[in-house]
Design a protein around this ligand. Structure first.
Ligand SMILES: [Zn+2]
Ligand SMILES: [Zn+2]
Length: 443
């Protein structure tokens, strides 16, 4: 009897010992990788546009539930009253701070040209009713898969942290209205206000590497619609009309001086006309031309200067063309499709850099500069009141990065139809880095 008990205890200790060894973060990640790769490829093949993340959000919710989280779906309300597909997964683990970790869920209207076996063939109608192809060209499928891995790791490692983990599946990042929609649906009132928030974004640096940009990291983005209104007439009789196509052309050229001539060269700013539509037939002068603009800046002063510059330029061109008062251009600033700059909290950035150097090795923690791209993750920080950091995750095969440096041909960047992360090393580093970060911030 005694002998058997000793054997049983010895066996239990040995098992606990094995389990203890298997519980390192890299070992947990390694066990999960094959399953995560399958999940990633499934997500990549089935991308959904912003505002329509029905299956993607359900998949994430289901995985979080299986990992032991309390999950609520369909969180978020857009200004037009429609429902957003936000997901919140909560894991409470005693007293302590609340950490928000966010993934985005949506894909882009891009036709994939990677030729990968799991390339997307999805076509759907966009909100304007046009047929479009859809692709995870920004790698949000990497982010979602990473979150699933992190969720499981944190559930398995509950003895190594305390507090509350709040996992957020955010819809509509590409249209930058998803984070706002979740807050408008009383995210923090319903689930608690986090003490810190972190996220990651993949990019075309080598897989295995991460980068934290302390302070300003992503620019603010302001969407502006401009309608140049003229007076339509026969294409052979321009004297009978006011040609909005010529006005639009002048407007676009003049616009190039808004940043170069009215903003200090020390301050970054961008104005881009990304979409222009006008006319129906070669021999008709239409009565209006519509343009969609995006503008980027870091400071509110520059943002306002650009908005005023766009208005002034549109008005000036119309006046010069002799457009009557009643047909002046209409300039609309779409506040709901605009987002503030993302400023990474400096102290939190430093803490993460130190941690990543320790866990991933100094050579894998690289420096990157702020970009003029935008992210609505900063919205969760409530204007910087909640310390927040979004860091970069390398997603490219290092051999391809080296080849591109040698040949001078740039690698496909985010939103390219050729954007193709190397999923295995990317997910390995993403899940490891994010798990380590969550453990550190909740230790
Ligand atoms: Zn994107
Ligand atoms: Zn993105």
């Amino acid at each position: 009897m005694h002998r058997w008990r000793r054997v049983a205890i010895a066996a239990a200790v040995a098992m606990a010992g094995t389990a203890g060894e298997a519980q390192t973060v890299p070992a947990l990640v390694q066990q999960q990788l094959p399953g995560l790769l399958t999940t990633y490829k499934g997500l990549h093949e089935a991308p959904e546009l912003s505002h329509h993340e029905v299956k993607t959000s359900a998949l994430l919710a289901n995985e979080l539930r299986k990992a032991g989280y309390t999950v609520t779906e369909r969180i978020g309300r857009y200004p037009d009253g429609s429902q957003a597909y936000g997901v919140v997964g909560i894991l409470k683990n005693g007293a302590g701070p609340t950490l928000l970790v966010r993934t985005d869920l949506d894909a882009l209207p891009v036709q994939e040209k990677t030729g990968l076996p799991y390339a997307s063939k999805v076509r759907t109608k966009n909100d304007a009713g046009q047929d479009v192809s859809v692709m995870h060209a920004c790698g949000h499928d990497i982010h979602i898969t990473t979150m699933i891995g992190v969720a499981r790791n944190m559930a398995a490692l509950k003895d190594r942290w305390h507090g509350t983990l709040m996992l957020i599946g955010q819809p509509s990042e590409e249209t930058i209205d998803g984070a706002k929609a979740m807050l408008a649906d009383h995210l923090y009132e319903r689930f608690g206000r986090p003490d810190m928030a972190i996220a990651l974004h993949d990019t075309n640096i080598p897989a295995g590497e991460v980068a934290v940009v302390p302070g300003p990291a992503f620019a603010s983005s302001t969407s502006i619609d401009v309608v140049m209104r003229g007076i339509g007439s026969h294409g052979s009789a321009p004297e009978d009309g006011k040609d909005p196509i010529v006005m639009a052309a002048e407007f676009i050229v003049d616009l190039q001086t808004v940043v170069s001539r009215s903003i200090s060269p020390q301050e970054p700013g961008v104005v881009t006309v990304g979409d222009i539509h006008g006319g129906t037939k070669r021999n008709i002068i239409p009565d209006e031309v519509k343009m969609e603009l995006t503008t980027r800046s870091y400071s509110e002063d520059v943002r306002q200067a650009i908005i005023q510059g766009v208005k002034r330029t549109a008005q000036g061109v119309a006046i010069a063309a002799g457009v009557p008062e009643s047909r002046m251009p209409v300039v609309t600033v779409l506040e709901n499709e605009s987002t503030p700059a993302m400023i990474n909290d400096t102290a939190l950035s430093e803490r993460l850099v130190k941690l990543f150097v320790e866990k991933l090795g100094a050579a894998n923690v690289v420096k990157m500069k702020p970009i003029m791209g935008s992210e609505d993750f900063g919205v969760f920080s409530l204007d910087g009141k909640i310390p927040s950091v979004i860091f970069w995750l390398g997603a490219y095969d290092p051999a391809k990065v080296a080849e591109s440096k040698k040949s001078g041909v740039p690698l496909p960047y985010l939103h390219s139809p050729l954007f193709a992360p190397d999923p295995e090393p990317t997910l390995r580093t993403g899940v490891t880095a994010m798990t380590d970060a969550a453990l550190e911030l909740l230790k």
